[in-house]
Design a protein around this ligand. Structure first.
Ligand code: C5P
Length: 216
């Protein structure tokens, strides 16, 4: 399969050195990319700024902002059969990015934000019979929130996890997730390494690919 994966945080710059971002390490997306490449799939990995090595046989595209990630996804998607969005995309960006460093004396006390595009929603019309997988890192009402995102973004599966648990989610090497589908019972997976979860998710996507896909 041709698989497109996004990983890591995005950075939304306020000036050349200051930005809004989040704690995403990129480990989950890189683990999926490694697992997929090891199974012989053709993998493109669009990554925000992370400190991880690119897995062997993976084509990597580095971006900073959510809008750059969207442009890269739009560029690569026509070639792909699967899109897996693990990236923790910043929902907002500063309204203005200045090209000179803001001075302490003139730094505005209030910073205005604009909403970033939702990448999955934006590329939804191009889905066709591609498999789209999302991730949902939640702190409350995990099942409800993740199911809402699954439906809103038209996904075939969403991988939901509770980021209030100390052994799962942001920055950790392990994850405990629930897989939620539009038409099947949710599947609770035990605590496992992100590497093992990457292998498991690729196996699940391979099985989905073998099922007949609705033309959409
Ligand atoms: O941030 P949120 O919880 O809505 O993320 C759910 C899914 O949507 C993730 O797979 C994430 O990569 C994706 N997303 C996106 N564009 C955004 C925000 C999130 O595609 N602007």
């Amino acid at each position: 399969m041709k698989i497109l994966i996004t990983a890591g945080p995005t950075r939304e710059y306020l000036d050349p050195i200051r930005f809004l971002s989040n704690r995403s390490s990129g480990k989950m997306g890189f683990a999926i990319a490694k697992a997929a490449a090891e199974k012989g799939h053709s993998v493109t990995l669009i990554s925000g700024p992370v400190t991880l090595d690119t897995p062997p046989n993976v084509k990597r595209i580095d971006i900073d902002s959510a809008r750059e990630m969207l442009a890269a996804v739009q560029q690569e998607l026509p070639e792909q059969e699967v899109l897996i969005m693990t990236a923790a995309v910043s929902d907002f960006r500063p309204r203005i990015m200045t090209h000179h460093k803001l001075k302490k004396a003139t730094m505005p006390a209030v910073i205005e934000f604009r909403k970033n595009p939702d990448i999955l929603k934006t590329v939804q019309p191009e889905k066709g019979n591609r498999i789209f997988v999302g991730f949902a890192a939640e702190t409350d009402n995990i099942f409800l929130e993740a199911t809402r995102k699954l439906n809103e973004k038209g996904l075939d599966m969403i991988v939901a996890n509770d980021i209030t648990q100390s052994d799962a989610g942001f920055g950790m090497d392990t994850n405990r997730v629930t897989l939620i589908y539009p038409d099947k019972e949710p599947e609770h997976l035990p605590l496992m390494s992100k590497v093992d979860l990457g292998v498991k998710l690729i196996e699940i996507i391979e099985a989905m690919r073998e099922e007949p896909q609705p033309i959409g």
